[in-house]
Design a protein around this ligand. Structure first.
Ligand code: FES
Length: 161
């Protein structure tokens, strides 16, 4: 990107990445730590960010892409302000988690893995949250809700609007 004077202006995201690398280090052993902090700062890890990091850390892009797609904590898509993670582990699934997921999809007008157009909610499915006794369970921004039915969906969305 260039300003009117013609000099190149560095993308603010890349300036932020430089700061993180400066703090942590550019050695490959810092890759996960750097990716975590970059995602926290930028919200997600799109391809151009991965390419910039590959060059800045002198690591093949294919390796960075492999790490980003392997770990579920990383995302290449923008995440909504509120992240709804519905447990589809066995205990939750047999107690109706699929119906709850379908109701969230209907009320938010998104499919699992997507973010609402207003950027408020991202709907995700996850594995066992370790609260099987409360099945079916979901987690919104770290807050756990249990013993749910599809009738609870509107109330949960309402708490975060
Ligand atoms: S299966 Fe859902 S919390 Fe364990």
């Amino acid at each position: 990107m260039s300003c009117k004077c013609g000099s190149a202006v560095k993308d603010e995201r890349f300036v932020k990445i430089d700061q993180i690398l400066e703090q942590n280090g550019r050695d490959e052993s810092f890759l996960i730590q750097n990716l975590e902090q970059i995602q926290t700062a930028l919200g997600y890890l799109p391809e151009d960010v991965q390419s910039y990091l590959a060059e800045a850390m002198d690591i093949p892009l294919s390796k960075i892409y492999g790490v980003v797609t392997f770990y579920s904590l990383f995302t290449t898509e923008p995440i909504g302000k509120h992240k709804i993670s519905i447990c589809l582990g066995t205990a939750c699934y047999v107690k109706g988690a699929g119906d709850i997921l379908a109701e969230f999809e209907r009320q938010l007008d998104v499919k699992v893995g997507e973010t609402t157009k207003d950027g408020k909610f991202t709907l995700q499915a996850c594995r066992c949250l370790g609260a099987c006794g409360l099945a079916p369970v979901l987690n919104v921004n770290g807050k756990v809700f249990g013993r749910l039915t599809a009738d609870d969906v509107a109330g949960i969305i309402g708490q975060f609007e």
